[in-house]
Ligand binder design. Structure first.
Ligand code: OOG
Ligand code: NI
Length: 465
Protein backbone atom coordinates (compact mmCIF):
# COMPACT_ATOMS: atom_id res chain seq x y z
CA UNK A 1 0.00 0.00 0.00
CA UNK A 2 1.45 3.36 -0.88
CA UNK A 3 1.75 6.08 1.74
CA UNK A 4 1.99 9.86 1.72
CA UNK A 5 4.95 11.30 3.63
CA UNK A 6 4.63 14.24 5.98
CA UNK A 7 6.14 16.79 3.65
CA UNK A 8 3.87 15.68 0.80
CA UNK A 9 0.90 16.06 3.12
CA UNK A 10 2.10 19.58 3.94
CA UNK A 11 2.55 20.48 0.29
CA UNK A 12 -0.85 19.00 -0.60
CA UNK A 13 -2.53 20.87 2.25
CA UNK A 14 -0.97 24.18 1.18
CA UNK A 15 -2.06 23.59 -2.39
CA UNK A 16 -5.64 22.64 -1.55
CA UNK A 17 -5.98 25.52 0.87
CA UNK A 18 -4.77 27.83 -1.86
CA UNK A 19 -7.33 26.44 -4.29
CA UNK A 20 -10.10 26.80 -1.71
CA UNK A 21 -9.10 30.37 -0.83
CA UNK A 22 -8.98 31.32 -4.51
CA UNK A 23 -12.58 30.21 -4.85
CA UNK A 24 -13.61 32.14 -1.75
CA UNK A 25 -11.58 35.30 -2.47
CA UNK A 26 -10.95 35.56 -6.23
CA UNK A 27 -8.66 38.61 -5.92
CA UNK A 28 -6.22 36.23 -4.22
CA UNK A 29 -5.89 34.39 -7.55
CA UNK A 30 -4.91 37.65 -9.21
CA UNK A 31 -2.24 38.13 -6.55
CA UNK A 32 -0.89 34.63 -7.18
CA UNK A 33 -0.89 35.17 -10.98
CA UNK A 34 0.88 38.52 -10.75
CA UNK A 35 3.40 37.10 -8.27
CA UNK A 36 4.19 34.28 -10.69
CA UNK A 37 4.66 36.73 -13.57
CA UNK A 38 6.95 38.94 -11.51
CA UNK A 39 8.98 35.93 -10.37
CA UNK A 40 9.40 34.71 -13.94
CA UNK A 41 10.57 38.16 -15.02
CA UNK A 42 13.03 38.43 -12.15
CA UNK A 43 14.40 34.98 -12.89
CA UNK A 44 14.88 35.93 -16.52
CA UNK A 45 16.60 39.19 -15.64
CA UNK A 46 18.79 38.04 -12.76
CA UNK A 47 19.41 34.36 -13.51
CA UNK A 48 20.91 32.21 -10.75
CA UNK A 49 21.15 35.23 -8.47
CA UNK A 50 17.35 35.29 -8.24
CA UNK A 51 17.49 31.90 -6.51
CA UNK A 52 19.98 32.92 -3.84
CA UNK A 53 17.24 32.94 -1.21
CA UNK A 54 15.46 29.76 -2.29
CA UNK A 55 14.96 27.74 -5.47
CA UNK A 56 12.29 29.01 -7.85
CA UNK A 57 10.42 25.75 -7.15
CA UNK A 58 10.28 26.51 -3.46
CA UNK A 59 9.43 30.19 -3.93
CA UNK A 60 6.63 29.50 -6.43
CA UNK A 61 4.92 27.00 -4.11
CA UNK A 62 5.62 29.07 -1.00
CA UNK A 63 2.64 30.35 1.01
CA UNK A 64 1.84 31.46 4.47
CA UNK A 65 -1.64 31.60 5.90
CA UNK A 66 -3.11 33.25 8.98
CA UNK A 67 -5.72 31.91 11.37
CA UNK A 68 -7.11 33.18 14.65
CA UNK A 69 -8.47 31.09 17.52
CA UNK A 70 -10.11 31.81 20.86
CA UNK A 71 -8.81 29.52 23.59
CA UNK A 72 -5.72 27.55 24.65
CA UNK A 73 -7.73 24.36 24.00
CA UNK A 74 -8.34 25.43 20.40
CA UNK A 75 -4.71 26.43 20.00
CA UNK A 76 -3.55 23.02 21.25
CA UNK A 77 -5.80 21.40 18.63
CA UNK A 78 -4.34 23.63 15.93
CA UNK A 79 -0.91 22.42 17.06
CA UNK A 80 -2.02 18.81 16.51
CA UNK A 81 -3.32 19.55 13.00
CA UNK A 82 -0.12 21.35 11.99
CA UNK A 83 2.04 18.85 13.88
CA UNK A 84 0.68 16.27 11.42
CA UNK A 85 2.24 18.36 8.64
CA UNK A 86 5.65 18.64 10.34
CA UNK A 87 5.01 22.24 11.45
CA UNK A 88 6.06 23.46 14.90
CA UNK A 89 5.28 26.67 16.82
CA UNK A 90 8.12 29.16 16.40
CA UNK A 91 8.34 32.65 17.90
CA UNK A 92 6.15 34.70 20.21
CA UNK A 93 4.51 37.91 18.97
CA UNK A 94 2.56 40.25 21.21
CA UNK A 95 0.39 42.24 18.83
CA UNK A 96 -1.45 43.96 21.68
CA UNK A 97 1.65 46.09 22.14
CA UNK A 98 2.61 46.43 18.48
CA UNK A 99 -0.74 47.80 17.31
CA UNK A 100 -2.16 51.26 17.86
CA UNK A 101 -5.76 50.06 17.49
CA UNK A 102 -7.30 47.21 19.46
CA UNK A 103 -5.69 43.91 18.44
CA UNK A 104 -6.18 41.72 21.53
CA UNK A 105 -4.13 38.68 20.49
CA UNK A 106 -0.78 37.00 21.06
CA UNK A 107 0.61 34.87 18.26
CA UNK A 108 3.08 32.28 17.06
CA UNK A 109 3.80 30.74 13.67
CA UNK A 110 3.65 27.03 12.84
CA UNK A 111 6.33 26.06 10.34
CA UNK A 112 8.89 23.39 9.44
CA UNK A 113 12.14 23.94 11.28
CA UNK A 114 14.89 22.04 9.54
CA UNK A 115 16.60 23.17 6.38
CA UNK A 116 15.68 20.14 4.30
CA UNK A 117 11.99 20.32 5.25
CA UNK A 118 11.90 24.05 4.53
CA UNK A 119 13.45 23.46 1.12
CA UNK A 120 10.83 20.81 0.33
CA UNK A 121 7.91 23.00 1.29
CA UNK A 122 8.10 25.92 3.73
CA UNK A 123 4.34 26.32 4.38
CA UNK A 124 3.72 28.31 7.56
CA UNK A 125 0.67 29.61 9.38
CA UNK A 126 0.65 32.71 11.54
CA UNK A 127 -1.67 31.76 14.39
CA UNK A 128 -3.21 34.23 16.80
CA UNK A 129 -4.87 33.53 20.14
CA UNK A 130 -7.46 35.91 21.57
CA UNK A 131 -6.74 37.36 25.04
CA UNK A 132 -10.14 37.68 26.78
CA UNK A 133 -8.35 38.01 30.15
CA UNK A 134 -6.83 41.37 29.18
CA UNK A 135 -8.91 43.99 31.02
CA UNK A 136 -7.79 46.77 28.69
CA UNK A 137 -10.15 45.25 26.12
CA UNK A 138 -12.71 43.11 27.96
CA UNK A 139 -14.56 43.87 31.18
CA UNK A 140 -15.46 41.00 33.51
CA UNK A 141 -18.95 40.55 32.10
CA UNK A 142 -17.91 40.51 28.44
CA UNK A 143 -15.00 38.23 29.25
CA UNK A 144 -17.33 35.71 30.92
CA UNK A 145 -19.77 35.74 28.00
CA UNK A 146 -16.96 35.44 25.47
CA UNK A 147 -15.29 32.53 27.27
CA UNK A 148 -18.61 30.69 27.61
CA UNK A 149 -19.26 31.17 23.88
CA UNK A 150 -15.79 29.91 22.95
CA UNK A 151 -15.96 26.92 25.30
CA UNK A 152 -19.17 25.75 23.67
CA UNK A 153 -17.89 25.59 20.10
CA UNK A 154 -15.91 22.91 18.30
CA UNK A 155 -13.52 24.03 15.55
CA UNK A 156 -12.02 20.67 14.64
CA UNK A 157 -13.94 17.40 14.27
CA UNK A 158 -12.57 14.59 16.50
CA UNK A 159 -11.86 12.43 13.43
CA UNK A 160 -9.50 15.10 12.09
CA UNK A 161 -7.57 15.18 15.36
CA UNK A 162 -7.25 11.38 15.46
CA UNK A 163 -5.86 11.35 11.92
CA UNK A 164 -3.57 14.26 12.79
CA UNK A 165 -2.07 12.39 15.73
CA UNK A 166 -1.57 9.34 13.54
CA UNK A 167 0.26 11.40 10.90
CA UNK A 168 2.46 13.01 13.56
CA UNK A 169 3.36 9.59 15.04
CA UNK A 170 4.02 7.79 11.77
CA UNK A 171 5.28 10.83 9.81
CA UNK A 172 3.11 9.56 6.96
CA UNK A 173 -0.44 8.41 6.25
CA UNK A 174 -1.97 5.77 4.01
CA UNK A 175 -3.47 7.22 0.85
CA UNK A 176 -7.01 6.82 2.16
CA UNK A 177 -6.22 8.41 5.53
CA UNK A 178 -4.33 11.23 3.80
CA UNK A 179 -7.29 12.01 1.59
CA UNK A 180 -9.67 12.06 4.55
CA UNK A 181 -7.27 14.14 6.66
CA UNK A 182 -6.78 16.73 3.90
CA UNK A 183 -10.50 17.03 3.26
CA UNK A 184 -11.30 17.56 6.93
CA UNK A 185 -8.35 19.88 7.52
CA UNK A 186 -9.15 22.15 4.56
CA UNK A 187 -12.84 22.06 5.54
CA UNK A 188 -12.00 23.26 9.05
CA UNK A 189 -10.61 26.50 7.60
CA UNK A 190 -13.40 27.24 5.10
CA UNK A 191 -15.69 30.19 5.70
CA UNK A 192 -18.80 28.80 7.38
CA UNK A 193 -22.25 29.48 5.92
CA UNK A 194 -23.81 29.34 9.39
CA UNK A 195 -25.62 32.60 10.20
CA UNK A 196 -23.70 35.01 12.42
CA UNK A 197 -25.53 36.31 15.52
CA UNK A 198 -25.51 39.97 14.57
CA UNK A 199 -25.98 41.50 18.03
CA UNK A 200 -23.18 39.40 19.52
CA UNK A 201 -20.87 40.14 16.62
CA UNK A 202 -21.53 43.88 16.94
CA UNK A 203 -20.93 43.78 20.71
CA UNK A 204 -17.49 42.35 20.16
CA UNK A 205 -16.79 44.58 17.18
CA UNK A 206 -17.18 47.65 19.38
CA UNK A 207 -14.22 46.35 21.39
CA UNK A 208 -12.18 45.05 18.48
CA UNK A 209 -12.92 43.89 14.95
CA UNK A 210 -10.37 41.12 15.48
CA UNK A 211 -12.20 39.92 18.60
CA UNK A 212 -15.44 39.80 16.60
CA UNK A 213 -13.81 37.85 13.78
CA UNK A 214 -12.55 35.30 16.32
CA UNK A 215 -15.22 35.14 19.02
CA UNK A 216 -18.28 36.34 17.11
CA UNK A 217 -18.67 33.16 15.05
CA UNK A 218 -18.81 29.45 15.81
CA UNK A 219 -16.00 28.37 13.48
CA UNK A 220 -12.59 29.54 12.34
CA UNK A 221 -11.44 30.40 8.81
CA UNK A 222 -8.30 31.16 6.96
CA UNK A 223 -7.96 34.91 7.13
CA UNK A 224 -5.45 35.47 4.34
CA UNK A 225 -2.98 33.53 2.28
CA UNK A 226 0.30 34.96 1.12
CA UNK A 227 2.43 34.04 -1.90
CA UNK A 228 6.10 34.99 -2.04
CA UNK A 229 7.41 37.36 -4.65
CA UNK A 230 10.96 38.24 -5.70
CA UNK A 231 10.27 41.94 -6.39
CA UNK A 232 7.54 43.33 -4.17
CA UNK A 233 7.84 46.92 -5.46
CA UNK A 234 7.15 45.72 -8.98
CA UNK A 235 4.27 43.56 -7.73
CA UNK A 236 2.73 46.56 -5.94
CA UNK A 237 2.84 48.58 -9.17
CA UNK A 238 1.31 45.81 -11.27
CA UNK A 239 -1.52 45.14 -8.81
CA UNK A 240 -2.32 48.84 -8.65
CA UNK A 241 -2.30 48.98 -12.48
CA UNK A 242 -4.86 46.18 -12.48
CA UNK A 243 -7.15 48.33 -10.38
CA UNK A 244 -6.76 46.36 -7.14
CA UNK A 245 -6.71 48.64 -4.12
CA UNK A 246 -3.60 47.94 -2.08
CA UNK A 247 -2.87 49.19 1.45
CA UNK A 248 -0.79 52.37 1.47
CA UNK A 249 2.63 50.95 2.11
CA UNK A 250 4.98 48.04 1.91
CA UNK A 251 5.74 47.09 5.52
CA UNK A 252 9.22 46.25 6.77
CA UNK A 253 12.60 47.32 5.36
CA UNK A 254 12.67 49.97 2.62
CA UNK A 255 13.46 49.30 -1.04
CA UNK A 256 17.20 49.91 -1.31
CA UNK A 257 20.22 48.72 -3.25
CA UNK A 258 21.73 46.59 -0.45
CA UNK A 259 20.84 43.01 0.45
CA UNK A 260 17.24 41.99 1.17
CA UNK A 261 16.87 41.27 4.86
CA UNK A 262 13.99 40.00 6.99
CA UNK A 263 10.62 40.48 5.39
CA UNK A 264 8.71 43.00 3.32
CA UNK A 265 4.92 42.65 3.06
CA UNK A 266 1.92 44.37 1.57
CA UNK A 267 -1.69 43.43 1.00
CA UNK A 268 -4.88 44.29 -0.82
CA UNK A 269 -7.65 45.60 1.34
CA UNK A 270 -10.14 43.28 2.94
CA UNK A 271 -13.16 42.80 0.72
CA UNK A 272 -16.80 42.79 1.77
CA UNK A 273 -18.02 39.19 1.66
CA UNK A 274 -21.67 38.18 1.92
CA UNK A 275 -22.41 36.55 5.28
CA UNK A 276 -25.77 35.35 6.61
CA UNK A 277 -26.78 37.26 9.76
CA UNK A 278 -29.29 36.21 12.40
CA UNK A 279 -31.19 39.15 13.87
CA UNK A 280 -32.61 39.46 17.38
CA UNK A 281 -36.05 38.28 16.21
CA UNK A 282 -34.54 35.07 14.85
CA UNK A 283 -34.85 36.00 11.18
CA UNK A 284 -31.86 35.51 8.88
CA UNK A 285 -30.84 38.25 6.46
CA UNK A 286 -27.91 38.59 4.16
CA UNK A 287 -25.23 40.94 5.41
CA UNK A 288 -21.58 41.55 4.61
CA UNK A 289 -18.37 41.44 6.61
CA UNK A 290 -15.00 42.78 5.61
CA UNK A 291 -12.32 40.64 7.21
CA UNK A 292 -10.45 38.60 4.64
CA UNK A 293 -7.76 39.78 2.31
CA UNK A 294 -4.70 38.81 0.31
CA UNK A 295 -1.15 39.56 1.21
CA UNK A 296 2.17 39.15 -0.56
CA UNK A 297 5.69 39.09 0.78
CA UNK A 298 9.35 39.21 -0.19
CA UNK A 299 11.78 37.40 2.09
CA UNK A 300 15.36 38.31 2.84
CA UNK A 301 18.26 37.17 5.01
CA UNK A 302 17.67 36.24 8.66
CA UNK A 303 19.29 38.75 11.03
CA UNK A 304 21.03 37.82 14.29
CA UNK A 305 19.91 39.53 17.50
CA UNK A 306 22.53 42.22 16.85
CA UNK A 307 21.25 42.70 13.30
CA UNK A 308 17.69 42.85 14.54
CA UNK A 309 18.60 45.47 17.13
CA UNK A 310 20.05 47.58 14.33
CA UNK A 311 16.88 47.07 12.30
CA UNK A 312 14.59 48.05 15.19
CA UNK A 313 16.78 51.02 15.97
CA UNK A 314 16.59 52.29 12.39
CA UNK A 315 12.82 51.80 12.42
CA UNK A 316 12.62 53.97 15.54
CA UNK A 317 14.68 56.65 13.83
CA UNK A 318 12.44 56.54 10.76
CA UNK A 319 9.45 57.10 13.07
CA UNK A 320 11.11 60.09 14.69
CA UNK A 321 12.09 61.66 11.39
CA UNK A 322 8.68 61.00 9.86
CA UNK A 323 6.86 62.68 12.71
CA UNK A 324 9.24 65.64 12.52
CA UNK A 325 8.74 65.92 8.71
CA UNK A 326 5.14 64.92 8.04
CA UNK A 327 5.39 65.79 4.34
CA UNK A 328 8.49 63.67 3.65
CA UNK A 329 8.05 60.21 2.14
CA UNK A 330 8.62 57.53 4.76
CA UNK A 331 10.26 55.28 2.18
CA UNK A 332 12.78 57.98 1.27
CA UNK A 333 13.61 58.69 4.92
CA UNK A 334 14.08 54.99 5.58
CA UNK A 335 16.23 54.47 2.50
CA UNK A 336 18.53 57.37 3.43
CA UNK A 337 19.00 55.98 6.94
CA UNK A 338 19.64 52.48 5.66
CA UNK A 339 22.21 53.69 3.20
CA UNK A 340 24.10 55.29 6.05
CA UNK A 341 23.81 52.57 8.68
CA UNK A 342 22.98 49.19 7.17
CA UNK A 343 25.92 47.19 5.74
CA UNK A 344 25.84 47.36 1.96
CA UNK A 345 26.62 43.72 1.22
CA UNK A 346 26.38 40.15 2.47
CA UNK A 347 30.09 40.01 3.26
CA UNK A 348 29.79 42.95 5.65
CA UNK A 349 26.64 41.50 7.24
CA UNK A 350 28.49 38.23 7.88
CA UNK A 351 31.67 39.90 9.12
CA UNK A 352 29.68 42.09 11.51
CA UNK A 353 27.78 39.11 12.93
CA UNK A 354 24.55 40.77 11.83
CA UNK A 355 23.02 38.00 9.70
CA UNK A 356 23.00 34.20 9.50
CA UNK A 357 24.70 32.18 6.78
CA UNK A 358 25.27 28.56 5.84
CA UNK A 359 28.94 27.97 5.16
CA UNK A 360 29.91 25.43 2.51
CA UNK A 361 33.19 24.13 1.12
CA UNK A 362 33.88 25.78 -2.22
CA UNK A 363 33.97 23.35 -5.15
CA UNK A 364 36.90 25.28 -6.57
CA UNK A 365 38.90 25.56 -3.34
CA UNK A 366 42.71 25.20 -3.52
CA UNK A 367 43.62 21.55 -4.18
CA UNK A 368 47.40 21.92 -4.37
CA UNK A 369 47.98 20.30 -0.98
CA UNK A 370 48.27 23.66 0.82
CA UNK A 371 46.90 23.92 4.36
CA UNK A 372 43.71 25.95 4.77
CA UNK A 373 43.85 29.04 6.99
CA UNK A 374 42.22 28.58 10.40
CA UNK A 375 39.88 31.55 10.61
CA UNK A 376 36.54 31.87 8.92
CA UNK A 377 37.39 35.29 7.54
CA UNK A 378 40.48 33.93 5.77
CA UNK A 379 38.72 30.79 4.58
CA UNK A 380 36.15 33.03 2.90
CA UNK A 381 38.69 35.49 1.57
CA UNK A 382 40.97 32.82 0.09
CA UNK A 383 38.07 31.02 -1.55
CA UNK A 384 37.97 27.82 0.54
CA UNK A 385 34.47 28.42 1.77
CA UNK A 386 31.32 30.15 0.49
CA UNK A 387 28.66 31.83 2.60
CA UNK A 388 25.05 31.29 1.53
CA UNK A 389 22.42 33.44 3.22
CA UNK A 390 19.87 31.78 5.51
CA UNK A 391 16.43 33.03 4.59
CA UNK A 392 14.21 34.62 7.25
CA UNK A 393 11.35 32.18 7.88
CA UNK A 394 9.47 34.17 10.53
CA UNK A 395 7.39 37.33 10.93
CA UNK A 396 7.72 40.90 12.19
CA UNK A 397 5.34 42.01 14.96
CA UNK A 398 5.10 45.57 13.78
CA UNK A 399 4.34 44.56 10.19
CA UNK A 400 1.84 42.00 11.43
CA UNK A 401 0.11 44.65 13.52
CA UNK A 402 0.12 46.97 10.50
CA UNK A 403 -1.49 44.29 8.35
CA UNK A 404 -4.13 43.58 11.01
CA UNK A 405 -4.87 47.27 11.42
CA UNK A 406 -5.11 48.20 7.80
CA UNK A 407 -7.64 45.47 7.24
CA UNK A 408 -10.09 45.85 10.08
CA UNK A 409 -12.81 48.42 10.19
CA UNK A 410 -12.89 50.69 13.20
CA UNK A 411 -10.27 51.27 15.83
CA UNK A 412 -12.10 49.40 18.58
CA UNK A 413 -11.61 50.48 22.16
CA UNK A 414 -8.87 50.02 24.69
CA UNK A 415 -8.75 51.19 28.28
CA UNK A 416 -5.13 52.05 28.93
CA UNK A 417 -5.78 52.80 32.60
CA UNK A 418 -6.02 49.06 33.15
CA UNK A 419 -2.92 46.93 33.56
CA UNK A 420 -2.50 44.55 30.60
CA UNK A 421 -2.23 40.83 31.30
CA UNK A 422 1.36 39.69 30.73
CA UNK A 423 2.01 36.85 28.30
CA UNK A 424 5.30 35.48 27.01
CA UNK A 425 6.71 32.54 25.06
CA UNK A 426 6.67 30.34 28.18
CA UNK A 427 2.99 31.06 28.81
CA UNK A 428 2.19 30.40 25.16
CA UNK A 429 4.11 27.09 25.30
CA UNK A 430 1.80 26.05 28.14
CA UNK A 431 -1.26 27.08 26.12
CA UNK A 432 -0.10 25.26 22.96
CA UNK A 433 0.97 22.21 24.90
CA UNK A 434 4.40 22.14 23.27
CA UNK A 435 7.53 24.27 23.27
CA UNK A 436 7.29 27.52 21.34
CA UNK A 437 10.73 27.52 19.73
CA UNK A 438 13.11 30.46 19.62
CA UNK A 439 13.73 31.49 16.00
CA UNK A 440 17.24 32.81 16.76
CA UNK A 441 18.25 29.46 18.23
CA UNK A 442 17.06 27.68 15.06
CA UNK A 443 19.03 29.96 12.71
CA UNK A 444 22.12 29.86 14.94
CA UNK A 445 22.07 26.06 14.99
CA UNK A 446 21.84 25.91 11.21
CA UNK A 447 24.86 28.22 10.93
CA UNK A 448 26.87 26.37 13.59
CA UNK A 449 26.16 22.96 12.05
CA UNK A 450 27.47 24.20 8.72
CA UNK A 451 30.65 25.52 10.36
CA UNK A 452 31.19 22.21 12.13
CA UNK A 453 30.88 20.36 8.81
CA UNK A 454 33.39 22.71 7.16
CA UNK A 455 35.85 22.36 10.06
CA UNK A 456 35.65 18.55 9.97
CA UNK A 457 36.13 18.41 6.21
CA UNK A 458 39.20 20.64 6.36
CA UNK A 459 40.54 19.00 9.50
CA UNK A 460 40.38 22.26 11.45
CA UNK A 461 39.39 22.70 15.10
CA UNK A 462 35.62 22.79 15.75
CA UNK A 463 35.75 26.43 16.80
CA UNK A 464 35.42 28.27 13.50
CA UNK A 465 32.22 30.03 14.57
C1 OOG B 1 -2.29 37.90 11.02
C2 OOG B 1 -1.48 39.08 10.61
C3 OOG B 1 0.00 38.76 10.60
C4 OOG B 1 1.73 38.59 8.78
O1 OOG B 1 2.03 38.17 7.66
O2 OOG B 1 2.45 39.40 9.39
C5 OOG B 1 0.48 38.11 9.38
C6 OOG B 1 -3.77 38.06 10.91
O3 OOG B 1 -4.25 39.01 10.26
O4 OOG B 1 -4.46 37.21 11.49
O5 OOG B 1 -0.10 37.24 8.82
NI1 NI C 1 0.37 37.33 6.77
Amino acid sequence: MSTISQWRLRAAFAERLSRMYGQEVPAYNTLVDVSREVNEDVLRARGADAERLGSIGRVTAERHGAIRVGTPRELAQVARVFGALGMHPVGFYDLREAAASAVPVVSTAFRPVDGEELARNPFRVFTSLLTPADPRFFDADLRARLEAFLDARELFPPELLVLADRAADLRELSEADAERFLRLAVGAFELSGEPVDQAWYRTLERVSAVAADIGGVRSTHINHLTPRVLDIDELYRRMTDRGIEMIDTIQGPPAWKGPDVLLRQTSFRALAEPRAMRLADGSVVSGALRVRFGEVEARGIALTRAGRTLYDDLLGRVDEQASANPTASRGDLARALWERHMPAGETELAAGGLAYFTYRLAEDRPRDGSRPPDTLAELLRQGWVHAEPIVYEDFLPRSAAGIFQSNVSGEGTRDNDQEGTAYDAAWLSGAVGRDVLDPYALYARQQEDSLTRVARALDLPDTLG
